[in-house]
Design a protein around this ligand. Sequence first.
Ligand SMILES: Nc1ncnc2c1ncn2[C@@H]1O[C@H](COP(=O)(O)OP(=O)(O)OP(=O)(O)O)[C@@H](O)[C@H]1O
Length: 596
Amino acid sequence: MAWRAGAVWAVSIAAVTAVSSGVPVAVAWLTKLVLDRLAGGPGALPDVLGPALALMALGLVAGVQPSVRRFAGNELDRRISLLAQDRLYTAVSRLSGLARFEDPAFIDRLRLATQAGGSTPGQVLNAVFAVAGGLITLAGFLVSLLTISPPMAVVLLLGAVPVLGAELVLARRRAASDWRLGPVERREFLYATLLSSANAAKEIRLFGLAAFLHDRMLRERSVAERERRGLDRSELRIQLALGLTAALVAGGGLVWAITQAGRGALSVGDVSMFVASVAGVQAGLSGIITEIAVAARRLLLFQHYLAVVGTEPDLRGTRRELPPLTGGIEFRDVWFRYGPEHPWVLRGVSLVVPYGRGVGLVGGNGSGKSTLVKLLCRFYDPEKGAVLWDGVDLREIDPAVLRARISGVFQDYMQYDMTAGENIGLGDLDRFTDRAAVREAARRAGAEEFVAALPRGYDTLITRVFFDSSDDEEGVFLSGGQGQRVAVARAMLRGDRDVLILDEPSSGLDAEAEHELHTRLKEHRRGRTSLLISHRLGAVRDADVLVVLENGVVAEQGTHDELMAAGGVYARMFTIQASGYREPDRPAMTEPGPPG
Ligand SMILES: Nc1ncnc2c1ncn2[C@@H]1O[C@H](COP(=O)(O)OP(=O)(O)OP(=O)(O)O)[C@@H](O)[C@H]1O
């Protein structure tokens, strides 16, 4: 990955590391040389000049090296991070179903992958360079030390083995804890987001929830902190033991070297060399161990990145060609649940959405209407039975090819923090900048008037979250109904698709706007294959077929008149709604809600 991201930078760092790793050893030898020659008396001064100048040159290298290294490292990090993010989100976009995004374990893994993916390759590469450089320095000091005191070299090396082992165990524990704390951090993030969310602010204040949520947030945080504190304590114990042992060994060594010098067995330069070598070996070993431990932890976390990047597409489909719909869509004995641990949501649903006809889907909350729509878009596959497009099982069709044939508004429609024009243009990227088409879509959705009246018309930034008043781009908040009309306009822009899905498209509109929208939609749906879900039965009553879902089964289907005559679930629901519009002292209205 580092090679693909920036081979030149990687090679530059390797070169700088190799050169700079030799500097400390060379400095120690040159210092010894200078000291030994100085000890020879004033006549030796000319001989000192050469090594002294070399020391100066090495000082220059040592001074410049960190900046060059940092610059090259940052550049490589940026490039790797870009490549890693590109790969990660390419893999995420390959997931065409929704199930993974509703799986908490996958969401935790994705969070860790996002954290680790961008920085790990660069950090591990840095660690590799640092370890390689450290080994060069270490080897130089070890050889130097071996010439003076082989037992000391062996003691230092053996002492490093248990420390490395302990650090690796700790790295593994830290990586495991990062994974374990995923749900805890997700909850903490959730509470923190709620506390700062504009959407949640009203309820939180009205119900006085701030302290309650704040408390929960801190509780989650303290769970995570407790675990991390434990690991930090273990780390501290290892570091203290290491520091203490290193100081004792170095101190003992120094006493031995001075005694030897007193006896004339070592020169002054030898003592300086010994001290520098012991310090160099200790610092080198400690640096290498720390780098290995950090890299090990990062690599363990990086497995989450690799797992996400290597995720296989969840929904396959070999058919890349899909002829225009001519017959219709059929749900054939469809059984579906959101997972083996969830209850059945659809239990043997069979219904047909004939080509060119409008089907109205009605039923109580949780009866499975939106789920049916999600299966039609192939966000999930049925567990049993099939959804057929002109007789072709949707499982055979590439999800992207299928979805290119569908337009729609979902019950939980999106509002993007972009301009009004862009919010509509997203419905059909081929016409994203086609202002005439965007206007026409807005007109059909009844959004044209208020969009035109926005401070910058279609170029006004619309947002539900925040806008920066210091920014040139002034944003506006839309009302719920206005936002919904923009979402309908987005669907209208791609309204020439084979199937139009409208899941509660008018729930937030005022009575007049709803009537107006449904009149327009009726016009737009004429001759098109459409599926309209609404709790307001007046809005769906003139659908070609009405399908009533109850607890995941089709309770009845037929036209409005047929269902009213049958006196079943639909007739009951319709009558209840109609009675809500009737004034007690007036005769009953014949139809509820705005006329369809
Ligand atoms: N992503 C999901 N994961 C698990 N269960 C889900 C999910 N989405 C919906 N459900 C469950 O499936 C059932 C049917 O939900 P669905 O949204 O299809 O109902 P609906 O008929 O559209 O309801 P409403 O009229 O309230 O919009 C409900 O019990 C709901 O809790």
